[in-house]
Design a protein around this ligand. Sequence first.
Ligand SMILES: Cc1cc2nc3c(=O)[nH]c(=O)nc-3n(C[C@H](O)[C@H](O)[C@H](O)COP(=O)(O)O)c2cc1C
Length: 338
Amino acid sequence: MLFCFMPISTAFSDHSAGPAALCQLLGTRHPIVQGGMVWCTNADLVIAVGQAGGLGTLGAGSMYPAELREEIAAVKAGFDGTFAVNVPLLYPAVEEHMQTIVEMGVPVVITSAGSPKKWTKFLKDRGVVVVHVVSSAAFAVKSVAAGVDAVVAEGFEAGGHNGREETTTLCLVPEVVAAVNVPVIAAGGISCGRTMMAALALGAAGVQMGSRFVATAECPAHEDFKAHILAAAAGSTKLRLKGVTPVRMLDNTEGGFSAQVAEAEARSASPEALRELLGRGRAKRGMRGGDLVEGELEIGQVSARLDNLPQAGDVVRDVVAGFEALRTQLSGPSFHWS
Ligand SMILES: Cc1cc2nc3c(=O)[nH]c(=O)nc-3n(C[C@H](O)[C@H](O)[C@H](O)COP(=O)(O)O)c2cc1C
């Protein structure tokens, strides 16, 4: 069934947790999610992804409540399809954000960085689809017990905050797929049709991409940060701050923030000292403000593969086209050896 030509969303239609089920759940044409990202999302990005058939997501983790309201209103004014809001559950304004989401009729919420126990029922009772981000099969099982409709299984490669387990996407996705009976969305290292095919071959119902969407025309990140992403090579990102909150970040220029953290970690700095070094506003300073020395620059390993700043809709269309081309190739002679 997988190797014939048909829309991705119907290829696994016999599977209740496959791409068709995921597309139906999210209301999208394609099982492709633009992940929530602090300082790197706005209504323009979400609309572009939604119009191309994916799920655009506003990253509420860096928005004041009034800003979130404005961005949701702008999405609704520009597009009448589905979209999501990502709420990191440790965020101080989570209560206000949840009220806004319900009042303004946001169809999908992607929660992360915390326990889904508290808010899942509240949202689902009000008709919101809930997806939770996990970095282990054990947490995926707990999330499903809390009532979530789907999980994002996010591997070690991913940009931004990351699990302590350091499990790569290749190892994590099949573990999570085997552990739960809801659609699993693979995240971490995905940027093209080939990586999407790999994720679906592992049993994922769809993919979530973050880094690929930072390097797009619509993303509101600073242009200097985007240029720095395009210059990234293998090894340019590291998982830092594991003793506080693990986060994958890009090396700064001039031995900046990431190197300072590495130096502090090498001399076994205490969590308090690391928190003090992190301070406040680093992520905004780097990603929105373009301070490539002192700012925190969150991005995934896949940055080493990114070499252009396309329109976000073209990212979705290219991933789908690449996936379809590969599907044909996989049924050809080069994939048979006996
Ligand atoms: C700049 C940046 C900021 C991010 N911020 C968040 C966030 O606020 N909440 C969240 O759940 N995930 C966040 N993520 C993770 C993404 O939603 C997504 O799961 C991840 O980027 C996927 O891996 P990739 O970077 O290899 O595509 C962030 C990622 C990046 C690159």
